[in-house]
Design a protein around this ligand. Sequence first.
Ligand code: ATP
Length: 545
Amino acid sequence: MEKSANFLFGGTNFNRKKFAPDFAKFKNRKEDDDEDHNKKVSFFEQEEEEEKPEQEKTVSSSSSSKKRKRKSANSEPVEGFDVFKSSKKSRSKGKEVEQDTKDETLENPKKEFYRQMEQDALSRKQYNIHVSGENVPAPLKSFTELLSRYGCKKYILRNLAELGFKEPTPIQRQAIPVLLSGRECFACAPTGSGKTFAFICPMLIKLKRHSSDGIRAVILSPARELAAQTAREGKKLIKGSKFNIRLMTKPLVKTADFSKLQCDVLISTPMRLKRAIKAKKIDLSKVEYLVLDESDKLFEQSMLKQIDGVVKACSNPSIIRSLFSATLPDSVEELARSIMHDAVRVIIGRKNTASETVKQKLVFAGTEEGKLLALRQSFAQSLNPPVLIFLQSKERAKQLYDELKCEDIRVGVIHSDLPPGERENAVDRFRAGETWVLIATDVIARGMDFKGINCVINYDFPDSASAYIHRIGRSGRAGRSGEAITFYTEEDVPFLRNIANTMTSSGCEVPSWILTLKKKKWKKHRPKRDSISTRPKDSKIEQEE
Ligand SMILES: Nc1ncnc2c1ncn2[C@@H]1O[C@H](COP(=O)(O)OP(=O)(O)OP(=O)(O)O)[C@@H](O)[C@H]1O
């Protein structure tokens, strides 16, 4: 164990009085954001005046003889990445090129085509976008291009501006035009880099308006909390329209008459949707868009059958399917290729890497007792909430919660044994700042967007590199910085090297001895661990008696 556990939280002393302003700081972030929103709304209004007629066809359509050349220009490899990367210099440079382009367009259409290709390649290089596939549409320069290139409804741009989004993130720059051009897509971009709007935005633009014709789009998420979050985010984008976005809940599955339900976009876990399909309650034959969010999780053995059922039920031959995740194993890519047609592959930065905005540390805790002592000590000395703690099982999450709940810490817990209402409460209270520390299993390791998590603690070593990437990705989102601490014991040492590789490839330092360890193939590393308790063994026996 390192000298003191104080290193865990570089922040405020955990003392209610002292803590208040820091906690307020966390809460105030939203207000800061709101201030920013105002700026962005005016930016939007300015841009709206410059609205242009639809030009998409000139950009995305090209003859088949040019396809190969375009492809080679698109696949240039670039090192490193920054989620919200933008450069004024290169932007203004881009404008000069654009001006030149306009001058020469009339002279030589072929030249214009190559110049466009060059521009696309430069833009992709700037934002670390890697694509493969035939004839990939140009990345977006700005959100207002959605209006000029794709005739998007103004309310969408207004809502994006109200959310405070000044410019698209790299995944949005590329995935949105791909999906808007009617191509299937599988995309891999870092945690917290805006994948949700990268698939919701084009879906709404393509669907155009509400229709009473039945469900036209389905988004599958591996967990209830994530499905609920996606529904909430989607609703922010449809403000001012008549669209209906619905979350598939248990009561909805049980009682709803889906033939009469007003629903354009349905968001569900695979299990719930499969139940409705099985009960012949729901018709998905008109679905035009199917998104598999956290696709690698959905393709795991435990969910594969349900996914298969949903994919089959979405029988519309012209359906557009897309896969999104921060981790995309080769096996999932292969599977994706086998079910998708003419799909475009979009990778931001390097595939399967952790977010570079998270400072990562490995901490040797010796034993299970060592972990708890280290955690208590650090909480007593300093704490910089919100903090998320991950454990490998619901039993262990409950044990840690029982240990910490009576202490002077506002702590919550979430795991799959809790009834839906309690799970929802745990998330809501953590979001609202009512709980400062949330103890969790991997049910919320993927996709959950809690604003400003300062630290993720892997109390139990994650069971795979992708679990590590997703867990620590709850911090350091949308360009913010964060911290991740991973406890390890003797049992975890054989798997250290795998995590260490992920750490080094996202720019973190790792003790050199770890890098000399042998790489070990791991599937699910969940060793049996001693139960979590610092109570003396005698008192435990007394209680059991
Ligand atoms: N263009 C944008 N500009 C600024 N912030 C954005 C933009 N797009 C999305 N965001 C914000 O970034 C945060 C992360 O987005 P999102 O949850 O979609 O990430 P993600 O890539 O899906 O992450 P994960 O892999 O963990 O699921 C959200 O708070 C979202 O509101």
